[in-house]
Design a protein around this ligand. Structure first.
Ligand code: DAH
Length: 331
């Protein structure tokens, strides 16, 4: 047997094979048990021709393997037509959802207060007028009792216009001290505008214990504003009125956009009003059976949409309800 002639012949047979099946037939012919080469290897007696033949066998095996891979690849490509692909590539990641901005902010505010040792309490969106109005010290003729402001379901049952009713529910159910926040939806009969929507969210806060003062309220709200808007923020109180607090104050935070220099968002005042607060009116404490001589408290209520719009520069409250992913995905 002439190894060179055999190699030339086998290599051209390998190149000529046009399918894996054909190639296999050639492999049997040139490398199979009954092949000339195997025969020669069995009969070899000297070291040198053994090495020559083994090297030839190895070269042919490599050539067969290479040709087989090429033929199988071509076969696969034909099967798939134009759309051949690499199965080892990582897959396309399916788009994943995330929490709505208002939910994110709700959780953020809850976390801030949990960090201060407050309890997070759920309130009911459907309330009775006693808990929403009377117990909160609202006079019988108070404007928000009007069906022009409040959505009545029937008789004394209403959709809550503020989360403050949750204060009453919690105080009724336990003795002081109380440290709680309650976050959720409120409903008002309002026209829909860029800054108004008849459904929105509030965070209600309440602390009642012995010796609570306005200083405690200010320190707590300062902590909230710094955690939420940034460590450099200041807070300011200005006089206000709410039936359930005395004194009542309006909470403002130093403008985090212009740092107090004056800009459109803060209407060139350097301050942004965030919501109402004050010391719990003694009448409210009495309504829940607490003794205003023994305990005092503070309360506050802030709109979540409002702080979301301020912090993220959202120009229109309706965006929160349209559920356009191009908007939601930004947060
Ligand atoms: N309930 C008020 C509102 O919806 C906000 C508020 C003001 C809540 C003063 C309070 C408070 O707890 O003490 O406008």
């Amino acid at each position: 047997m002439d190894p060179n002639a055999l190699e030339t012949e086998a290599q051209s047979a390998i190149a000529a094979a046009s399918s894996p099946d054909e190639l296999e037939q050639e492999r049997v012919r040139y490398l199979g048990r009954k092949s000339e080469l195997k025969q020669a290897l069995r009969e070899v007696r000297d070291r040198e021709s053994g090495m020559t033949l083994n090297a030839l066998r190895e070269r042919l095996e490599t050539a067969f393997a290479g040709r087989e891979e090429a033929l199988r690849g071509a076969e696969l490509e034909q099967l798939l037509g134009e759309e051949s692909f690499d199965v080892t590539l990582p897959g396309a990641e399916p788009p994943r959802g995330h929490y709505h901005l208002i939910t994110q902010i709700r959780r953020e505010v809850e976390d801030i207060f949990v960090g201060l040792g407050y309890e997070v309490v759920d309130g009911d969106e459907v309330e009775d007028t006693y808990h929403l109005f009377d117990a909160l010290n609202m006079a019988p003729g108070h404007v928000t009792r009007s069906p022009l402001h409040t959505l009545y379901l029937n008789g004394d049952t209403v959709l809550r216009t503020e989360t403050s009713a949750s204060q009453i529910r919690v105080m009724e159910s336990r003795e002081p001290p109380v440290y709680m926040v309650s976050l959720g939806r409120v409903y008002r009969r309002d026209t829909i505008e860029a800054k108004n929507f008849p459904i929105f969210h509030q965070v209600e806060g309440l602390a009642v214990a012995e010796g609570i003062t306005l200083g405690d309220l200010k320190g707590t709200l300062l902590h909230l504003c710094r955690a939420f808007f940034g460590e450099d923020q200041q807070v300011r109180f200005s006089t206000d009125f709410f039936p359930f607090t005395e004194p009542s104050v309006q909470l403002a935070v130093s403008c985090f956009l212009c740092n107090g220099a004056g800009c459109r968002t803060c209407k060139y005042t350097g301050w942004i009003e965030l919501g109402g607060s004050g010391l719990v009116d003694p009448n409210v404490l009495r309504n829940v059976g607490y003794d205003p001589e023994q305990v005092s408290g503070f309360a506050f209520g802030i709109g979540l949409e409002r702080i979301a719009m301020l912090r993220h520069g959202v120009p229109d409250i309706r965006l929160f309800w349209e559920n356009d992913l191009r908007f939601l995905a930004q947060f």
